[in-house]
Design a protein around this ligand. Structure first.
Ligand SMILES: Cc1ncc(COP(=O)(O)O)c(C=O)c1O
Length: 385
């Protein structure tokens, strides 16, 4: 990975003056490069997108086992005929209004993005710096760590509590002057929820000028309360959403941030809002329709929970330890190096996830369809004789 001095050197070699390079490396412009500076997610995956050697059962990357709701797909398909216009109608506004109504926040607090990875890196670049660090739980989603390192910001990692919540008091104590406190709830890779009361405590006690980022990528798979109401009443809380998970739209690239207009301004200072308004229309329309499908959302969540319960019952029966989860993933402890077990599953056509550094004997497994989880359990029976 490039470090900050490499990036500065690169800018100078490309003909920027020192002053221009400093400006680009600063909060105003660093997001352009930083959006891609986190550890690339495909590099963490086991399903080799470059080679195309996908396993038969893909439960390694926390994707949904099925695509967008058919009703949303149908509306998305219709807009393609009008895609000669940047904005055939009010698609982006409709998206904002729909999400705002569902979350009970003002429409000017919603910004759509092409997925949530881009705004995640922008938020890190906007609020962290060599003087203001990032505080994260460990284990958690690692993309913001890579971006913070690139920006020359200190990354402070605080272990989860014994029941796998973010330890918000320890997070604040570990760096009381941080620029950004990152809370992923439900957390990737544990699927565990940090209670909203803990998030409220962090928001109330953090230093003025710092920001709390609540990444709710997996919220729809749980029954947890969103932190959107905090983003609606404060200037220093941002909620991050993606349509890559329950909504089955990972390949369509749609995400959203919920934050005050003032906070949003800080994420868009260099690109004049283009990134968050010129979006692929089928994705925007698909997302808008999907959001309103209350019964289908509940049905998909219930389907995932049934497949997860089935898997947990099997693991229990076999005496294999796992961390109970509220989302579409869980950590399972093999009691031996996880990499070898992951390879054995792969050889059996089942692509499970990787391990996280502090837990070398545990793998992350995504909850797929019931058929996927039956295949996982059958492969497990063969591997763990
Ligand atoms: C916690 C979390 N946040 C953000 C993302 C980024 O997803 P996307 O860019 O597809 O919205 C992911 C992807 O796995 C994730 O797990």
């Amino acid at each position: 990975m490039h470090d900050q001095s490499d990036a500065r050197q690169d800018l100078l070699e490309r003909g920027y003056s020192r002053r221009q390079a400093a400006r680009i490396m600063g909060v105003l412009g660093a997001g352009v490069a930083a959006a891609s500076a986190g550890t690339p997610l495909w590099a963490q995956r086991n399903d080799g997108p470059d080679e195309g050697n996908f396993p038969k059962v893909r439960i390694g990357s926390n994707e949904c086992w099925t695509g967008p709701f058919p009703v949303a797909q149908a509306e998305a398909a219709k807009i393609i005929g009008h895609a000669n216009f940047y904005h055939p109608g009010t698609e982006v506004t409709d998206f904002k209004k729909t999400l705002a109504t569902i979350e009970g926040v003002p429409a000017d607090h919603i910004l759509p993005w092409p997925g949530s990875s881009d705004p995640l890196s922008r938020i890190v670049v906007a609020f962290c710096s060599p003087k203001k660090g990032l505080v994260t739980a460990d284990v958690s989603y690692e993309q913001p760590w890579g971006t913070a390192e690139w920006a020359g910001a200190k990354v402070t990692k605080v272990p989860l509590t014994s029941d796998y919540r973010h330890d918000v008091k320890a997070m604040l104590a570990a760096d009381p002057q941080a620029g950004l406190y990152y809370v992923c709830s439900p957390n990737n890779p544990t699927g565990t929820i940090t209670p909203i009361a803990d998030i409220e405590w962090l928001v109330a006690n953090k230093p003025a000028g710092s920001v709390v980022l609540v990444d709710e990528a997996y919220l729809h798979f749980s029954h947890a309360k969103s932190a959107a109401y905090l983003a609606a009443k404060r200037d220093d809380v941002v909620v991050l959403r993606t349509f890559s998970k329950l909504f089955g739209m990972a390949g369509m690239r749609l995400g959203a941030t919920i934050a005050s207009p003032a906070l949003h301004e800080q994420l868009m200072r260099y690109d004049g809002k283009r990134m968050s308004t010129n979006l692929p229309l089928p994705s925007v329309v698909c997302g808008t329709v999907a959001l309103t499908q209350k019964a289908l959302i509940e049905q998909r969540r219930a389907e995932m929970i049934a497949a997860r319960d089935y898997t947990f019952a099997h693991l229990k029966k076999r005496g294999i330890k796992f961390i109970p989860s509220d989302a579409n993933m869980f950590m399972v402890d093999w009691g031996k190096p996880a990499k070898g077990v992951q390879d054995q599953f792969m050889a059996a056509g089942v692509g499970i996830g990787r391990n996280w550094a502090p837990w070398p004997t545990m793998s992350r497994v995504t909850v797929g369809s019931m058929a996927d989880m039956q295949a996982f359990c059958a492969a497990l029976d063969k591997i763990m004789v």
